[in-house]
Design a protein around this ligand. Structure first.
Ligand SMILES: [Ca+2]
Ligand SMILES: [Ca+2]
Ligand SMILES: [Ca+2]
Length: 208
């Protein structure tokens, strides 16, 4: 296929506005945070055509277990967190994420992930029919993050899967590890924000 025909085929496709960016299985109390991370590759005004499912323990697809909502712009990052505590980890530590909560994101390293558009699978992490334990994509107490490729059949070459990559880490350390791996924008250090505020206050007082 010529490059021109290939690009036309991409433009003509209605699929691929979202892509799986990675999976996280943390080690805080309850094994949190747990999350499925997606990225918008184009603007999408109606996220409700997209959904996710976790295919647990090699038991095969569970179908679409959670349907997204809202809208995104190209480059926006979506985090489907396993519960409110997992969601708080992301909103407390990073800026600009569109977050949801769903029990379908209660994953623990041996679960494959499917991304759906209009009811069809458009992207997959892992093998829904294989328990991930000991597989290359095993992200137990760690994470798997996309390093390249496009939506479609799972290819380990497109991911850095780090088994136990969060093992033994406290919240701040996990936040830093995940921030580095996923390129999230960290919230400003509370101490530096506080110091700036105090410095400003002192400056204003001096001027009076
Ligand atoms: Ca599931
Ligand atoms: Ca599992
Ligand atoms: Ca775990």
């Amino acid at each position: 296929m010529s490059p021109i025909l290939f690009s036309c085929a991409l433009v003509g496709s209605s699929q691929g506005a979202l892509i799986i960016t990675g999976v996280i299985d943390g080690v805080l109390t309850g094994g949190l945070p747990k999350a499925i991370v997606l990225t918008a590759t184009t603007d999408e005004a109606d996220l409700s055509i997209f959904g996710i499912g976790s295919a647990n323990n090699g038991g095969g697809t569970d179908g679409e277990e959670f349907t997204l909502s809202g809208a995104v712009m190209a480059g926006d990052i979506i985090v489907v967190a396993s519960n409110a505590t997992s969601e708080s980890f992301f909103t407390d530590n990073y800026l600009g994420l569109l977050t949801f909560t769903s029990g379908s994101a209660s994953i623990n390293g041996d679960d494959a992930i499917e991304l759906f558009q209009s009811g069809s699978v458009i992207d997959t992490y892992g093998d829904p029919n294989t328990n991930g334990d000991g597989e290359t994509w095993d992200y137990t107490d760690g994470y798997g993050v996309r390093t390249g490729g496009t939506a479609g059949a799972f290819d380990q070459a497109n991911y850095n899967s780090v088994f136990q990559g969060l093992d033994g880490q406290d919240e701040a350390t996990q936040a830093a590890t995940i921030q580095t791996a996923f390129g999230f924008t960290p919230v400003p250090e509370p101490s530096s924000a506080l110091l700036s505020g105090l410095a400003l206050l002192g400056l204003l007082r001096r001027r009076r």
